[in-house]
Design a protein around this ligand. Structure first.
Ligand SMILES: [Zn+2]
Length: 348
């Protein structure tokens, strides 16, 4: 690391030391217009770590987008050590598609995907610059932001059909140094609800594994539900990002509102519908449940009971689907369990 902060250039977006800048990078083309990825840079006045903040991979999770934009607008580059590079709207086609909700259009398919190709961008890194539109967007974010970062923060929320507890989640990859830093980022959030999972070798955490294998610590946060842009839910993400920046000495001051004791859950299980029908959840996000407790049921459209679901463990509800119509195989809720209790990083 040199003693002088340098000018930063991503695509054709430039920021001199102590300034910020934003713009677009082209990822691909539609029949008559470009597919763009918005990029935001805060270049600090002093050299230091590079933090990458991404949000909006699921295009109806607005709380994280708003928080990431607030970070860009509110952090003073003159008081920043290092650099924040961000993409608050990774799935811009999805975000724009959601503007066209209409009076009764809420049930349209692929709400959490890229409407241009039906892909869930969350699984996208490293992407492919010769692939589909979603693969090209992922390729831009991965190469222009992720690979330039020392740390990654990925801001999510419950989709418009989910209620979720405010929490942070990190994945372990077996690299002790990376795992410890990811854990410290998760513990910097103003929550006592943390999940720690070994990263999977396939499926939903592929993109995360890609980052961790490159030695870049990664934390995902969830806050906000059912499309409500409540101030507390936006502030959860915003405080989390600022706390992580303080933790890494990018900003002065101590992390705020971090509980002294934080619960880290090490196991996650999902309860899925066997039958289609009208589903009701009997528990709330964050609620403790006991083994054998009935947590959800599915009825026929005539009101006849089809199946009741019991929690297989003593644990805590982490999220549940809020929309009653379900098909066979739909995920209804997730429960976390097996608590490892640890002190928070804040020692006062
Ligand atoms: Zn999400």
């Amino acid at each position: 690391m040199s003693s002088q902060q340098k000018k930063l250039k991503i695509g054709n977006i430039e920021a001199a030391p102590g300034t910020k800048s934003h713009g677009f990078i082209k990822a691909g083309e539609l029949p008559a217009s470009d597919v763009l990825v918005p990029i935001y840079i805060i270049n600090g006045s002093k050299p230091g770590p590079t933090l990458c903040v991404v949000a909006g991979v699921h295009p109806d999770e607005w709380q994280g987008m708003e928080a990431a934009v607030r970070v860009y607008n509110r952090v003073d580059p003159k008081k920043l050590t290092g650099t924040v590079i961000s993409c608050p709207y990774q799935n811009l086609p999805g975000f724009q598609g959601n503007a066209n909700i209409g009076d009764h259009g809420i049930g349209r398919p692929n709400l959490g995907s890229n409407p241009l190709d039906g892909t869930n961008l969350s699984h996208g890194y490293p992407g492919n610059n010769e692939g589909t539109i979603s693969q090209r967007i992922a390729h831009v974010v991965y190469n222009q932001l992720v690979l330039k970062a020392d740390y990654i923060m990925d801001l999510h929320a419950g989709d418009t059909w989910e209620k979720i507890v405010p929490m942070s989640w990190y994945w372990t990859v077996g690299n002790e140094k990376v795992d410890k830093v990811s854990e410290s980022m998760a513990k910097s959030y103003p929550t006592d609800f943390i999940v720690s999972s070994p990263v999977k070798t396939d499926g939903s955490s592929l993109g995360i594994r890609e980052c961790l294998n490159k030695g870049i610590p990664y934390v995902l946060s969830e806050s906000g539900s059912v499309g409500l842009l409540e101030e507390s839910t936006v502030n959860f993400h915003y405080t989390g990002v600022l706390n992580v920046m303080k933790h890494f000495k990018m900003l002065e001051g101590d992390p705020e509102n971090v509980p002294n004791v934080q619960r880290i859950f090490e196991e996650v299980l999902s309860i899925n519908a066997t039958h289609g029908g009208f589903y009701t959840c009997m528990v709330d996000a964050g609620q403790k449940v006991s083994k054998g407790q009935v947590v959800a049921e599915v009825k026929t459209i005539f009101g006849e009971p089809l199946e009741k679901f019991e929690s297989p463990v003593d644990g805590c509800v982490f999220f549940f689907r809020t929309w009653p119509p379900v098909m066979s195989g739909d995920m209804l809720l997730r429960i976390v369990y097996k608590i490892r209790e640890e002190r928070g990083i804040k020692k006062k």
